[in-house]
Design a protein around this ligand. Structure first.
Ligand code: DX5
Ligand code: ZN
Length: 225
């Protein structure tokens, strides 16, 4: 973990300028990971990029990659992102036929394995297999687009997951993604999140590194610990 507070801020390049990616990545060299949103226009109604682009980002980025796959058939594609060197690969629970088998495959390749849930997807089915994952991503907006408003009604689910992880002594990271900003991060941290994706709040800032530092500090102050 690159930050001693134990709270991670992962800027989402969905909010970056796609034709100046190298310069955009250089602006967030103080981040813990760069969050890379892969969308296939099937699982979500939007399209971004695939392994070729992500491979170049991997070669260029000053910080490790946190890949978020909003795609159908993750069994077909997720291993490729681990193989190209992504530090973390997260697929959606709703799209995976065998989530535990896929997580094991990702770990075998050497990536951290993550599973994501949409705002309305329950997480209690994950309690017994928490240790099969390195990260659980609770979406705080409907996946597909940046710049949406944080959904506070996802917080009870996050809190329950955090209670369960604590009860079981699990080291799993709890990530939130969507509408995270200076005005919402404290709620998510207070409910137990330790890893925060922020697109517009970081790339929309004149000083992205200062925005990252300040979000991390707010999370650290608000977390239930
Ligand atoms: C949404 C993506 C998010 C998005 C977050 O489907 O998964 O990562 O980029 O963007 P903001 O922080 O602008 O809501
Ligand atoms: Zn994302």
């Amino acid at each position: 973990m690159s930050d001693p507070t134990g709270f991670r801020v992962n800027p989402s390049i969905l909010a970056a300028d796609f034709v100046n990616m190298q310069a955009e990545l250089a602006r967030i060299d103080g981040a813990d990971f760069v969050h890379v949103d892969v969308m296939d226009n099937h699982f979500v109604p939007n399209l971004t990029f695939g392994p070729q682009m992500v491979g170049r980002i991997q070669e260029t980025s000053p910080v490790p990659l946190d890949v978020h796959l909003m795609i159908d058939a993750p069994e077909r594609w997720a291993p490729e992102y681990a193989e190209l060197g992504a530090a973390s690969v997260t697929f959606h629970l709703e799209a995976a036929a065998e989530p535990v088998a896929l997580a094991r495959r990702l770990r075998e390749i050497g990536a951290r394995a993550g599973v994501a849930v949409k705002p309305s997807t329950p997480v209690d089915g994950l309690y017994d297999v928490l240790d099969e994952f390195d990260q659980i991503l609770v979406m705080t907006v409907e996946p597909g687009f940046g710049g949406q408003s944080f959904m506070p009604d996802t917080m009870p689910k996050l809190r329950a997951l955090s209670d369960e992880a604590r009860r079981r002594g699990s080291a799993v990271w709890l990530q939130v993604d969507g509408g995270i900003s200076a005005s919402t991060i404290a709620q998510a941290a207070e409910a137990g999140a330790d890893t925060f994706v922020a697109g517009s709040a970081v790339f929309g800032s004149d000083d992205p590194d200062a925005a990252i530092r300040s979000l991390r500090a707010m999370a650290s102050r608000a977390h239930r610990h």
